[in-house]
Design a protein around this ligand. Structure first.
Ligand SMILES: *Cc1c(COP(=O)(O)O)cnc(C)c1O
Length: 421
């Protein structure tokens, strides 16, 4: 009888609004681009922010052995607390504590990569209809996560002429009663910028004045070139509450291991409800991979400092080469990074009349020279492109030669409206 009653009903299985609104701008843009390399030249991909793809930056044996031990120990295969093993959380607390910002295991929540940490923090701090402040240019996942939840993002400007420092006045302008938090990414993807103490203190002062909690995306913590110094944001304040997001992904060169964490820095009990909320959210997926969790104490305590130094020397050498080579090319303005794995390069697009935007510039560069850089339109920041510093050194010169040849061909000295030949 009931089957008869439902005969007229048609199948209709729409996708949820949340899923529809989960848009990755990099995928969207790159998928819509015409990327056909020149068959006569091997492809050099300077676009992918994954340090493992070239195979030239092996992860540390300490980490490898720690995971093998965890498997052989046969004790890390069950469910754990959704916030993670106590041993892992204790090790992360020790690794992340500073004399002015001490934390303990209870302040740490393990997540499936730093993106999952960011997801937890954004979901916990803001309701649909509220807004959060994010950097421009900045990592695209902040927008993806927030907008899928119906949270508005407001971009605060970074200033390339000031090594990508934050436009502090612009932050003040964007804040209103509906602003739930600000995301600060230091060191930065895509900029490679590393903020000094004074600048971080200036940002904190705005947060203190406006009572704005911070999500500090510190996935590139300690990932700074010689000469620069990294300050954990939480070490510079005893009044502004901070959720610091990090993980093994970048510094330990194991993005696929999907291990990240949130550290709650809250010396004045302002985030009591948020802490409770984060634990509740962690229970939605019952915690990250236990084998990697079990390996964390060894990885964090025993990875030799040479491992980090070697990675950073590689990045710095590549940054130096790219910077000096690209600076010498008419129409390009690289901004020297001081950390992380990226460099932003400005295109004086009016001097390349064949290309309306960075997207066409990059498309033709691939087509003719088989060099693929990420157009910064992916970061809502047109007329720049981002290159990765993880490439093997031998490919850097070749990439620069090809970019130089390409720019020389299309650069039109006298053609721009405000151009001086
Ligand atoms: C790579 C990256 C992440 C995400 O890291 P996962 O641990 O792979 O999720 C987060 N923030 C920034 C700025 C990144 O570059």
């Amino acid at each position: 009888m009931s089957t008869k009653m439902k005969e007229g009903k048609k199948w209709n299985v729409p996708c949820s609004h949340m899923a529809e609104r989960s848009i990755n701008p990099i995928r969207n843009l790159v998928d819509s681009m015409h990327i056909t390399p020149n068959p006569d030249k091997d492809m050099i991909a300077l676009s992918i922010g994954d340090p493992t793809i070239f195979g030239n930056l092996p992860y540390c044996e300490t980490a490898e052995n720690a995971v093998i031990e965890a498997i052989k120990g046969r004790k890390s295969n069950g469910y754990t607390a959704s916030v993670g093993y106590e041993s892992a959380r204790t090790a992360i607390a020790e690794y992340s504590s500073t004399p002015t910002s001490e934390v303990s295991a209870k302040d740490v929540i393990l997540c499936s990569g730093c993106s999952s940490s960011l997801d937890l923090c954004i979901s916990c701090l803001a309701n649909p209809g509220q807004n959060i402040l994010i950097p421009l240019p900045g990592f695209s996942i902040y927008k993806t996560l927030a907008e899928s939840l119906g949270i508005e993002v407001r971009h605060y400007k970074l200033l390339p002429e000031r090594s990508w420092e934050v436009d502090l006045d612009h932050i003040e302008e964007l804040i209103d009663d509906n602003t739930a938090c600000i995301i600060v990414n230091n060191p930065s993807n895509p900029c490679g910028s590393v903020y000094d103490k004074q600048h971080l203190q200036d940002i904190l002062e705005i947060c203190q004045h406006n009572k704005l909690p911070v999500i500090a995306d510190e996935i590139y913590e300690h990932f700074v070139f010689s000469g620069a110094k990294y300050y954990p944001l939480a070490s510079l304040t005893d009044s502004v509450p901070i959720l610091s997001c990090s993980g093994l992904t970048k510094r330990f060169l194991v993005p696929g291991w999907r291990m990240g964490w949130v550290i709650v820095h809250d010396r004045n009990d302002i985030l009591k409800d948020i802490k409770r909320g984060l634990v509740k959210l962690s229970q939605r997926i019952l915690g990250p991979n236990t084998l990697v969790q079990a390996a964390i104490p060894t990885i964090l305590k025993q990875t030799p400092s040479d491992f980090f130094t070697e990675t950073l020397v590689h990045m710095k050498n590549n940054a130096d080469t790219f910077y000096s080579r690209l600076s010498a090319i008419n129409g390009l303005t690289p901004v020297m990074p001081h950390g992380a794995m990226y460099m932003m390069v400005g295109i004086d697009i009016k001097k390349f009349p064949d290309f309306p935007t960075d997207i066409e510039f990059v498309e033709t560069l691939v087509k003719e020279q088989s060099v693929f850089c990420l157009p910064a339109s992916c970061f809502q920041y047109p007329n720049f492109f981002r290159i990765v510093l993880t490439v093997p050194e031998t490919k850097v010169d070749e990439a620069c030669n090809r970019i130089q040849e390409f720019c020389k061909k299309y650069y039109a000295a006298g053609n721009s409206m405000n151009g001086h030949a």
